[in-house]
Design a protein around this ligand. Structure first.
Ligand SMILES: Cc1cc2nc3c(=O)[nH]c(=O)nc-3n(C[C@H](O)[C@H](O)[C@H](O)COP(=O)(O)OP(=O)(O)OC[C@H]3O[C@@H](n4cnc5c(N)ncnc54)[C@H](O)[C@@H]3O)c2cc1C
Length: 403
């Protein structure tokens, strides 16, 4: 991983080295890939999903003080909640040196980190649990079976969002289904967005809550078996009369939309992790092209191949700079981040990764789909997480509305 980039401060470079040492010492990339590729039946239980998790590795990440980086210092964490440059550098390093272990880090950093803006009672409950129990995980759920990309669009269609919460005394009663929740089946807490006004446009009708998954009425409705599964899996969840105390509400009533939209900006660390892994994939491609002889010379010397490698390198450099720029602009800005940078990053990084898949298929020829090369698993995984934070094109629609 190239540390010669102006955005990186000395402390970020030291953190990158810490992540590098951790991954080289503790992470077996192949073992993690094999674990993720173990088939998941749609009716897998929470117990089944928990059994897939590399808890020993996660515990070691806690010992290295990496897992808890976004927990505030007063709870024993690293206090990195708004330190986007450090988190971005660490995400890139985790992807580059550790492959998909990066997702385990970025899921924890993002979701736990978003609670630094929640009321103190929630912080106390969740952060204390997260620090005391190394199996504590947190997920976020917006998407519904019939509402996905449109949920955060500025079209404000009153029919968007069916999942509903109704006030009953000091509690809220949650009913409905939520879709595609990454790590939802292995999490103790789900940050969930609910419609709390049945008739208003979605921007004025959403409230967010932290729902402990031990609450009666919460269940996994279906496990989504995808072409490039993650270890944490991805689930559809059912909420049947789930009673949540008002103290677990994280936004003003019907005021969750703006906060939710801005916190999605934190998703740049997921994309940076993907980019870090992609940088390693490009290095593998270059090595392959130096070793593979066709037409009497290493294929890197054929101009059509060399040009593809140079294009990949240029695209990765551009995407990397764009993400660091966004991180730099978001540093210490407080709760409401400008999501425009994130929307651009989402669109552009997806374009770059898709082009890298195409480049890999061109360069590796018949070897491209062979499972013996890391490229095959990387391509499947990154096509699977394509829709994270909605499609690239829809992110550009959102950006166009605020230009
Ligand atoms: C691996 C994975 C992990 C995920 N993790 C999470 C998670 O942790 N939490 C979570 O909440 N969600 C998660 N998602 C869901 C993801 O955010 C959605 O899949 C994404 O927003 C797309 O929504 P959809 O699947 O309903 O597609 P749709 O909204 O049905 O989109 C289908 C197509 O229609 C287009 N389209 C849809 N609506 C409009 C419109 N109004 N105007 C113009 N075009 C439109 C879209 O651009 C797209 O091309 C995950 C998805 C995947 C695949």
């Amino acid at each position: 991983m190239d540390l010669n980039i102006p955005y990186l401060r000395d402390e970020d470079k030291s953190l990158v080295m810490l992540m590098k040492e951790f991954c080289e010492r503790e992470v077996d990339r192949q073992a993690l890939n094999d674990l993720a590729d173990t088939p998941i039946p749609p009716n897998a239980t929470k117990k089944d999903l928990m059994a897939r998790m590399p808890w020993d590795l996660i515990s070691k990440a806690h010992d290295a003080e990496l897992r808890q980086l976004t927990v505030p210092e007063e709870y024993g964490g690293g206090g990195f909640g708004e330190n986007w440059l450090a988190l971005t550098a660490l995400a890139e390093a985790a992807g580059y040196y550790g492959g998909q272990v990066a997702r385990i880090f970025t899921i924890a950093w993002k979701h736990i980190g978003s609670l630094i803006y929640a009321p103190k009672a929630i912080q106390y409950e969740v952060f204390t649990d997260f620090m005391n129990d190394r199996r504590t995980m947190c997920a976020a759920s917006i998407t519904e079976p019939n509402h996905g990309s449109d949920y955060l669009l500025p079209f404000n269609d009153p029919s968007t969002g069916k999942y509903f919460a109704e006030k009953d005394g000091d509690e809220w009663v949650l009913n409905g289904e939520k879709m595609f929740c990454t790590a939802g089946g292995v999490s103790n807490y789900i940050i969930v967005s609910c419609r709390t006004d049945k008739d208003a446009p979605i921007t004025k009708a959403v409230t967010t809550f932290v729902v402990p998954t031990k609450t009666p009425g919460w269940s996994i409705a279906r496990v989504n078996d995808m072409m490039g599964n993650e270890i944490t899996a991805n689930v559809q969840m059912r909420f049947e009369n789930v009673r949540v105390p008002d103290r677990l509400r994280t936004s003003p009533v019907n005021g969750g939309f703006e906060i939710m939209k801005s916190r999605l900006a934190g998703k740049t660390i997921h994309l940076m992790a993907a980019l870090g892994e992609t940088e390693k994939v490009l290095e593998d491609m270059i090595d392959y092209c130096k070793a593979r002889i066709q037409g009497g010379k290493p294929i890197i010397q054929h101009s059509n191949v060399g040009v593809l490698l140079a294009e990949g390198d240029a695209l990765l450099k551009a995407a990397r700079l764009m993400i660091y720029q966004d991180a730099w602009e978001s540093m210490g800005k407080g709760e409401l981040l400008d999501p425009k940078g994130w929307w651009y990053v989402n669109w552009f990084t997806k374009k770059v990764i898709l082009r890298m898949v195409e480049i890999g298929f061109e360069i590796y020829g018949g070897m491209a789909p062979q499972k013996e090369l890391p490229f095959e698993r990387w391509a499947r995984m990154h096509l699977s997480i394509w829709h994270g934070g909605s499609t690239g094109t829809l992110n550009m629609i959102k950006a166009s509305k605020v230009l």
